[in-house]
Design a protein around this ligand. Structure first.
Ligand code: HEC
Length: 108
């Protein structure tokens, strides 16, 4: 009897999830202005300002700056390995996910 209930629950949950979109869609409403700028402002712009401070090689103050750094300067790799920011709090996994979702959303 316990097995039967287990199977029923499994059947129910797998059907239920089919009603949801089975393809993992990117979160389409992530935008630079709404989600990304505040993360960069609080955790990166003490150095990556314009003009840059503390030896930072690039500015991260506009959408184009940050997009270019994701595409060409391994920004996501640098926040994932914790080498950026070099001091202060590293990004939370939620913040890193937001940056990845923004990339999936074609840097809107
Ligand atoms: C305390 C100052 C400081 C902070 C804060 C800081 N950086 Fe940096 N960043 C640097 C310096 C200095 C370098 C150059 C040395 C290096 O690559 O490690 C650098 C390099 C980089 C590079 C590589 C640039 C290139 O031309 O190769 C990226 C990408 C980057 N930072 C992203 C970030 C992001 C994103 C944040 C915020 C989450 C951040 N940094 C916070 C100082 C900082």
């Amino acid at each position: 009897m316990k097995n039967l209930i287990f199977i029923l629950i499994l059947t129910f949950t797998s059907c239920a999830s089919k009603d949801d979109d089975p393809v993992e869609e990117p979160i389409i409403n992530i935008t630079y202005t709404t989600n990304i700028k505040s993360i960069i402002d609080s955790k990166c712009n003490s150095c990556h300002s314009d003009p840059q401070k503390n030896g930072a090689p690039i500015a991260l103050v506009t959408l184009e700056n940050v997009k270019d750094a994701v595409l060409n300067k391994d920004l996501i790799g640098r926040v994932e390995d914790g080498s950026m920011p070099p001091e202060g709090d590293v990004l939370t996994s939620d913040q890193i996910e937001l940056i990845k979702d923004w990339e999936k959303n074609s840097f809107k």
